[in-house]
Design a protein around this ligand. Structure first.
Ligand SMILES: Nc1ncnc2c1ncn2[C@@H]1O[C@H](COP(=O)(O)OP(=O)(O)OP(=O)(O)O)[C@@H](O)[C@H]1O
Ligand SMILES: [Mg+2]
Length: 353
């Protein structure tokens, strides 16, 4: 059993994405969260392919480096497996069972629900509450992922001297961070659906959140890497040079109109298309607003562009907007990285369950 371990020390959130390792440590001061440390370190190409870790020792070394650079003292961590590698199933169990009995019963019955041999999966469960309309039964969420998805991440952390206390699911971590963002806009929270568009390096994910839960997810292989590659081609730069120029500027005048504008347009179209898919498959007529996350949310002016093009208000994701910051943290840097830290933040929040 691994996913939702109950008792735990303070945890670092470690997000291993396709192109970077992101670390975040939060503490709680009274009723406020405080950012204690964070770090982002790029991964070499092809260390994570189709969400599978291919070079675990490389990732271990990079986690070690980012831990050192962040200055954190924590040795325990929460990581996540991608939602697409996970199977979930809601089952109903007798309410009278205690935790151990429930665990034993679920292990006995799990093969009915999971389409893999049980010795090939990591399995865990979390009790959701009473089953509607059925007395004496409780809803239990079963979560299973192939062992290697879990073990590669646990091993990468071990190589960096960290212990994985929790292996969460990325979408649950994002839900957690979204809740913070919704709290930042109390007057805007309506009964309508809210879109969370995460435009990363290689993947763009549209999650629809309703009543604080993700009710729809669509992934497309599209992201900032396309922009980096355009810059490389046009100006004859290396991948690293192009990545830096994209963030820090210094490109010729034609970059804006000829490369960046078409990319912003492509982002708006990708999000628009996913929204159409959602709307055509659901009873919702529209979304209230879009929370824009992922590294590409830091492209200046992208929010206005999407707002104009789709006619839906945009909020740039900043899960730290209401948090205190340790003096070690540079606010400007954190602000710029914040939209890309939704998963890391949701994981770090697991310290306070
Ligand atoms: N200030 C910025 N301006 C432009 N692009 C940026 C900026 N900051 C980050 N990016 C781009 O955002 C992308 C990284 O985003 P993010 O960290 O969300 O991706 P990821 O989660 O690691 O990747 P994936 O979601 O594909 O697994 C990169 O392409 C990076 O160049
Ligand atoms: Mg991402």
């Amino acid at each position: 059993m691994l996913f939702f371990r109950r008792k735990k020390p303070e945890l670092l959130g470690i997000d291993i994405s396709t192109v970077a390792v992101k670390l975040l440590e939060l503490s709680k001061v009274g009723s406020h969260f405080r950012v204690e440390s964070y770090g982002v370190a790029p991964l070499p190409p092809d260390t994570v392919v189709d969400k599978n870790i291919t070079r675990v020792e490389v990732i271990g070394n990079i986690i070690k480096a980012v831990v050192k650079q962040s200055g954190t003292r924590l040795k325990h961590a929460a990581v996540a497996v991608p939602g697409s590698t996970v199977i979930t199933k809601m089952i109903s169990m007798p309410a009278a069972l205690n935790e151990d009995e429930l665990e034993a019963q679920i292990e006995l019955e799990a093969d009915q629900y999971i389409p893999y041999a049980l010795d090939e999966v990591s399995l865990d469960f979390v009790v959701q509450g009473p089953t509607a309309k059925t007395p004496n039964m409780i809803d239990v969420l079963l979560v299973a992922s192939r062992k290697e998805n879990v073990e590669d991440r646990v091993t990468a952390l071990e190589l960096a001297g960290l212990k994985a206390e929790i292996v969460d699911v990325e979408s649950y971590a994002i839900e957690h961070s979204c809740a913070l963002i919704l709290d930042q806009f109390p007057d805007r929270e309506a009964s309508r659906a809210i879109a969370v568009a995460d435009v990363g390096a290689t993947v763009t994910t549209l999650n629809i959140v309703h009543d604080r839960q993700i009710i729809y997810t669509r992934e497309q292989s599209f992201g900032g890497k396309q922009l980096t590659e355009e810059i490389q081609k046009r100006y004859g730069l290396s991948y690293e040079e192009a990545g830096l120029a994209k963030k820090h500027g210094g490109l010729p005048d034609n970059y804006g109109p000829e490369i960046l504008e078409p990319f912003k347009n492509a982002v708006a179209q990708q999000i628009g298309r996913s929204l159409q898919f959602f709307l055509s498959s659901s009873a919702h007529r529209n979304v209230e607003y879009i929370i824009l996350a992922g590294g590409c949310a830091s492209i200046p002016g992208i929010d206005d562009y999407i707002d104009k093009s789709l006619g839906i208000p945009i909020i740039i994701a900043n899960p730290f907007a209401d948090m205190l910051l340790s003096p070690r943290i540079q606010p400007q840097r954190l602000n710029n990285d914040a939209p890309a830290l939704m998963t890391a933040c949701g994981l770090a929040l697991r310290s306070f369950d």
